[in-house]
Design a protein around this ligand. Structure first.
Ligand code: NAD
Length: 256
């Protein structure tokens, strides 16, 4: 398992859910992983799980909305590993409210994490990818960044707006930095059972599958974090070395 042998990957929102699954898979593939998250207790547990499996990883507290925090994360990465090859902008939050119900502070909070955080990650990491001769940025968007929503998702105006912006920022980065051998792609998950579901009142994967049965044709009608981790691994690794500006939808057929 050496698809990321020796490569240094920063993954945001890595303390749980999709980010943790990606960190565990990337480490199993020989990567040196910098797990970044705003939640320190979860982060410590996440790094321990990787080290226990023989992986090479460090934890850095990062609030993706803060430039100071990004400066710190990049500095810690360079101190620990000397270079950066891969950035996975995965941290995200959702507030399930429509255009009419969303308050301005809620709008700003979601956009702050879900799109400003992605831009700040790119801004702070790209100079180091360039210095190393290139690299791969993979941004986690959503099917909500492809279509306006579907009856089963509850609807979130700020989330859809952010995830659509992640898609176009990804393509912008792909165009502007291809000459530096920096690739930029987005992954668009459909419903994947993670702690985000539990926070939103859906306690089990079975319950989630029942909710999405009418929308996601492939059983079990809701994905698991590894489904996304494998997509992220492909786009992070050299297996996709001629792929940039692309969007990879992993949704069990939801928007097809
Ligand atoms: P999650 O809530 O399980 O994990 C998100 C992580 O991001 C948490 O560990 C959280 O602490 C961290 N985080 C939140 N704010 C942060 C900040 N300001 N700085 C740093 N870290 C922060 O969520 P998840 O389901 O694993 O989602 C991961 C990504 O996948 C998100 O971008 C989400 O929008 C996207 N996504 C998820 C699904 C799904 O069904 N789970 C579907 C489509 C897209």
């Amino acid at each position: 398992m050496t698809r990321l042998s020796g490569k240094v990957a920063i993954i945001t929102g890595a303390a749980k859910g999709l980010g943790l699954a990606a960190a565990q898979l990337f480490a199993a593939e020989g990567g040196r992983i910098v797990l970044c998250d705003i939640s320190e207790p979860d982060l410590a547990e996440a790094v321990d799980s990787i080290k226990a499996a023989g992986g090479d990883a460090i934890a850095v507290r990062l609030d993706v909305t803060s430039e100071d925090s990004w400066n710190h994360a990049v500095t810690r990465t360079l101190e620990a590993y000397g270079s950066i090859d891969i950035l996975v902008n995965n941290a995200g939050i959702i507030i399930t409210k429509g255009v009419l119900e969303t308050e301005l502070d809620e709008w700003n909070r979601v956009l702050g994490v879900d799109i400003t955080g992605v831009w700040l990650g790119a801004k702070h990491v790209i100079p180091h990818l360039k210095a190393g001769g290139g690299g791969s940025i993979v941004n986690v968007s959503s099917v909500a960044g492809i279509v306006g929503g579907f009856a089963g998702d509850g609807g979130s105006a700020a989330y859809s707006a952010s995830k659509g912006a992640v898609r176009s920022l990804t393509k912008h980065i792909a165009q502007w930095f291809a000459g530096d051998n920096i690739r930029s792609n987005s992954v668009h998950p459909g419903p994947i059972f993670t702690p985000m579901f539990v926070l939103n009142g859906i306690p089990t994967r079975e319950a989630a599958g029942e909710i999405f049965r009418g929308y996601v044709p492939l059983p079990p009608h809701v994905g698991e974090p590894q489904d996304i981790a494998y997509a992220l691994l492909y786009l992070a690794s050299d297996e996709s070395k001629f792929v940039t500006g692309e969007e990879l939808i992993v949704d069990g057929g939801l928007v097809s």
